[in-house]
Design a protein around this ligand. Sequence first.
Ligand code: NDP
Length: 329
Amino acid sequence: MPSSRAVLIDRTGGPEVLRLAEVAVGEPGPGEVRIRHHAIGLNFIDVYHRTGLYPLPLPARLGMEGAGVVEAVGPGVDHLAVGARVAYAAQPPGAYCDVRVMPATNVVRLPEGLSFEQGAAMMLKGLTAQYLLRHCRPVEGLQPGDWVLLHAAAGGVGLIACQWARALGLRVIGTAGSDDKCALALRHGAEVCINYRREDFVARVRELTRGQGVKVVYDSVGKDTWEGSLDCLREFGLMVSFGNASGPVPPFSPGVLGPKGSLYVTRQTLFTHIRTRERTQAMADDLFAAVLSGQVRIHIAQRFALADVRAAHAALEARQTTGSTVLLP
Ligand code: NDP
């Protein structure tokens, strides 16, 4: 039976709990494929899994995104063949490895014009940007020229979403944790970027929108930005909460939404959107078209060997990364 290096955790904690082990890799069962990775995506959700914020049964494997070549196909999988170049964002976790067997539902063919590294750098983050921009619409709709606010604009999801929103004609106010990051977000489609470690982003958003506020806030920072984000919305505006990089949003009363302007709040997760193969493929096609047309560039700013996964996690958590990070087997 073939084996693979894989990153495991036996307990939750800091990056030190990540360990590389040798695991057995079997044959794919019904609905499954075996993939040999050429690149693996690093995502903030991997940190939540490692710390236990999103609990996994232990011991657990980590990683939700990768790209590589199909080595074997199980019964009932008819959209993939041995030798296909593929990429995915998928559950269950387990992408941090050389070879894995996994459900084929969320595995799609990678177009010829895209590299394995690009595939691993854009599936989870890009499909997230896709549903945020295409699916999460305020009740009054979004038109070209409308202002939106996107936190962590220089991050993995952030840089993709900035460019895509710009291509849709939206006016993006980004936030980021340093002036260099702001400069990067501005080069990737943000019209304005606020360094929220230095400046009160609420006051600036109010000023930029002539006191009205934005139609949508895309907030993946969570605890630290929640209150301020609500105060950036115009009447009937939509708060899209989709992450907790600074910690989970504390419990709140829906009563606060009325006086702020009859606001809407939603908490989204990609995995609802990619429940079926058809939907995964449609969203991936949309993402690939955006990238192949040049509207969205995938910015891979960090590469780590798989064996250096602890350093990769430490960098992501310390806010030292920009754009996407890939692990190389
Ligand atoms: P990023 O590359 O965006 O990294 C996270 C960024 O969050 C940091 O670089 C940092 O940017 C910012 N941040 C703000 N406060 C903190 C803090 N206290 N600690 C660490 N980082 C902080 O990560 P990803 O692109 O992988 O993911 C972005 C977000 O989107 C994450 O919250 C993730 O969980 C979420 N997500 C949600 C999905 C969903 O469907 N719900 C799917 C995919 C991602 P800065 O220094 O500029 O503030």
